[in-house]
Design a protein around this ligand. Structure first.
Ligand code: AMP
Ligand code: ZN
Length: 161
């Protein structure tokens, strides 16, 4: 797998330089089968242009990829025979991103496939409401004025609460 600023396997796939099973393509996006699927039908939707993570993707491109996801989801459900599906984006190393070319996972789910994104998270506690309210207020302030957003150390205090 590749880290930031390293050789990009997905760019190779998009350019036809490596083997890939494409199931959708338009001017700006491509979708192909994940090489190591949770279940058969596990699909990755990628921008044709290289962007590493969510923070790098232009808004219109991000919206377009989700539009493609919404188009593909019912088709993949029928093709895979799975009624249920996870739509997942791992954005950044700490979030579990391994390939640093932004992508959206469409993961068809089967009973007892042992894949899990377990929420609520077992290892977390419910913070006091004041912490939830404070975080909501910080986000509202950030939407109004991104330059004045509070420093991230406050975020850690909320998580510990
Ligand atoms: P992530 O951890 O969100 O970055 O997911 C990367 C995904 O890319 C994994 O599910 C891999 O199985 C998949 N993957 C890696 N290399 C290839 C490849 N050459 N073709 C298709 N899928 C790939
Ligand atoms: Zn790339």
């Amino acid at each position: 797998m590749n880290g930031p600023n390293r050789h990009c396997i997905f760019c190779d796939l998009i350019q036809g330089a490596a083997e890939v099973s494409v199931c959708y393509e338009d001017a700006n996006a491509m979708a192909f089968m994940d090489i190591q699927p949770v279940n058969l039908g596990h699909t990755l939707i990628v921008p044709k242009k290289h962007y590493e993570s969510l923070k790098d993707v232009p808004r219109d491109v991000a919206m377009h990829l989700f539009d493609v996801a919404v188009t593909l989801a019912p088709v993949i459900q029928r093709a895979s025979g799975c009624d249920d599906m996870n739509i997942v984006v791992n954005s950044g190393h700490q979030a579990g991103q391994n390939v640093f070319h932004y992508h959206v996972h469409l993961i068809p789910r089967r009973a007892e496939d042992n894949f899990d994104i377990a929420l609520p998270f077992e290892g977390s506690t419910m913070p006091d409401r004041t912490f939830l309210d404070a975080m909501a207020a910080r986000i509202i302030a950030g939407l109004r004025d991104p330059a004045r957003q509070a420093a991230p150390h406050t975020t850690r205090a909320v998580r510990a609460g």
